[in-house]
Design a protein around this ligand. Structure first.
Ligand code: ADP
Length: 180
């Protein structure tokens, strides 16, 4: 194979060290999210879990709590960064020098909203790609909201959230801060 000429552009900086942003509310992080992040690590070099603050004015878990839980779960994984953002996702992506957004697709019901968001973001930032990943089947029906509701009403959520999240959900419920 001929050697590459010295002037060969090689991989552009856009391709060197692929960084993907995984944005969401994560109120709280579930095993569905963990599954998507883990799959993402098989495709990208780094994943920035970007916790949206502000949009939902009254999350159950504060931004600090959501950061702490996510860091606890991925503490040993240096390729996962946890951050917060508000405002337009495309502005955050530009600031972070990222060109890929990862979103999880559970069922047909996710599709319409995700399709709209992906195309709007593409319009706002043409070189931004949204990549959809499917979770393991066991997580296709779970959401943070459903998990909060079931747990608030005393149902079991074993296996649906990481241990660190379950512990904090228990604290919230005991303090009467978990509404169905
Ligand atoms: P948002 O408020 O933006 O929907 P979420 O924290 O609920 O934020 O979800 C962030 C992303 O993770 C979204 O793309 C959502 O579709 C995806 N997601 C949430 N729960 C699951 C799950 N159980 N399996 C796969 N993807 C999921």
């Amino acid at each position: 194979m001929p050697a590459e000429p010295a002037s060969s552009p090689g991989p552009s900086s856009r391709h060197a060290g692929r960084v993907a942003i995984y944005p969401g509310s994560f109120d709280p992080l579930t095993n569905g999210h963990v599954d998507i992040i883990t799959r993402g690590l098989g495709v990208f070099d780094r994943i920035i879990v970007a916790i949206l603050v502000n949009r939902d004015k009254s999350p159950v878990f504060s931004a600090d709590e959501r950061i702490a839980m996510t860091r606890e779960v991925f503490g040993g994984e240096g390729r996962v960064e946890v951050d917060t953002f508000d405002g337009l996702l495309v502005d955050y992506a530009r600031r972070r020098g990222a060109h890929v957004i990862v979103r999880g697709l559970r069922a047909i019901s996710d599709f319409e909203y995700e399709f709209q968001m992906a195309l709007m973001n593409q319009r706002l930032m043409p070189d931004l790609e949204t990549v959809f990943m499917m979770p393991a089947e066991a997580y296709t029906y779970t959401s943070s909201r459903l998990i909060r509701e079931v747990f608030a009403l005393g149902g079991s959520i074993d296996g649906l959230v990481p241990a660190a999240v379950l512990a904090r959900l228990r604290e919230k419920r005991a303090a009467g801060l978990l509404r169905p």
